[in-house]
Design a protein around this ligand. Structure first.
Ligand code: TYM
Length: 336
């Protein structure tokens, strides 16, 4: 039997932050040799909120370069751009016609984003999870490694696939394969630096709320120096009264590679004045190799283009086959 298949993606909206890295990409990298992997830059998702056309292509290349810089190895992995493969859009349409509107109305992320957009909500924002389902289902993915916030979208993906199989197939997995979410315990929900009860997010206007993978050492030090803390002395995990403390200790644990007991023992008597410089230094050191590799990769645009060209060819061949299976199941005539 061949390896199980993994698919995941990140939107090219600006930079990647520590939430994206610790919640998703680091896990892709750690387990990449166990699977056959497909990692896409989901640029069609990025236009569900107002976007800058002058920036979209550049951000798409940045994210692809960051995948490589974070350690994705092309031996086992294919990196590609969602919009380069029209099958994603076409499958979305077919799945749209099978997805009850009430399922989409229920999506927490839609409600949160719609609230932020105010008057400016487009149909694409509501449809976002159907496009995500198409991304996953086109590749017959077994596993989808994501952060906690994507759990509901993966349940919806399974529901849509099951409905299609039930209505137009002859049994479970007959047309589309039902994927499993792969959400880690630690790092699945990295919180904002300015409010430990909110998740770190690209769409939060305050830059100081997140650390981006390409932030300079000075920016990292400044953001950590100013981040929200509390007046209590001594630091410990898992206290619901101290969400910032739990979040910052978790960041330190993940970025230093130490285990929870070691960090708890090391930091139990510390004050913030001692801990913050330690966290800043650890973050700068952890991001340094990624930043160095990123600089090497972006210097050679031709290389990055060739990675994405080969990625497109490989991904398109698989996506086309699945799409044809769905078209056949739904009863479309073949082009003459
Ligand atoms: P995006 O770009 O919003 O997020 C990319 C990944 O980062 C994770 N993430 C976090 N993890 C922990 N803490 C946080 N604060 C945090 N913020 C973001 C997300 O869970 C995600 O794994 N809808 C997807 C993109 C997508 C996709 C797909 C993913 C489109 N098609 C198919 C998997 C499979 C998203 O959230 O992108």
């Amino acid at each position: 039997m061949g390896k199980q298949r993994v698919l995941s993606g990140v939107q090219p909206t600006g930079n990647l932050h520590l939430g994206n890295y610790l919640g998703a990409i680091r896990n892709w990298v750690e387990r990449q040799y166990e699977y056959e992997n497909f990692f896409c830059v989901v640029d069609l998702h990025a236009i569900t909120v107002p976007h800058d056309p002058a920036q979209l292509a550049a951000d798409t290349y940045t994210i692809a370069a960051l995948y490589l810089a974070c350690g994705i190895d092309l031996e086992n992995s294919t990196i590609f751009v969602q919009s380069h493969i029209p099958a994603h859009s076409e499958l979305t349409w077919l799945l749209n016609c099978l997805t009850p509107l009430a399922w989409l109305d229920d999506m927490v992320q839609y409600k949160e984003k719609a609230l932020k957009q105010g008057e400016n909500v487009n149909a694409g924002l509501l449809d976002y999870p159907v496009l995500m389902a198409a991304d996953i289902l086109l590749y017959d993915a077994d596993k989808v490694p994501v952060g906690e916030d994507q759990k509901q979208h993966l349940e919806l993906t399974r529901d849509i696939a099951a409905r299609l199989n039930y209505l137009y197939g002859n049994g479970e997995n007959s047309v589309l394969k039902l994927p499993e979410p792969d959400i880690r315990q630690v790092g699945a929900r990295v919180m904002s630096l300015t409010d430990g009860t909110k998740k770190m997010s690209k769409s939060e206007p305050a830059e100081g709320s997140r650390i981006n993978l390409l932030d300079s050492p000075e920016a990292i030090q400044r953001k950590i120096k100013r981040c929200k803390t509390d007046p209590t002395r001594g630091l410990w995990f898992d206290d619901p009264e101290r969400p910032e403390c739990h979040n910052l200790l978790s960041l330190y644990m993940l970025l230093s590679g130490k285990d929870k007991e070691t960090v708890a023992a090391e930091c139990q008597d510390m004050g913030w004045g001692q801990f913050k410089p330690l966290l800043a230094e650890t973050t700068v050191e952890a991001l340094k190799p990624i930043q160095q590799k990123y600089q090497e990769i972006v210097r050679d645009r031709g290389y990055l283009e060739s990675v994405l060209r080969q990625g497109r060819e490989k991904a398109a061949a698989i996506a086309e086959q699945t799409l044809q299976r769905v078209r056949d199941a739904l009863g479309f005539s073949r082009p003459l």
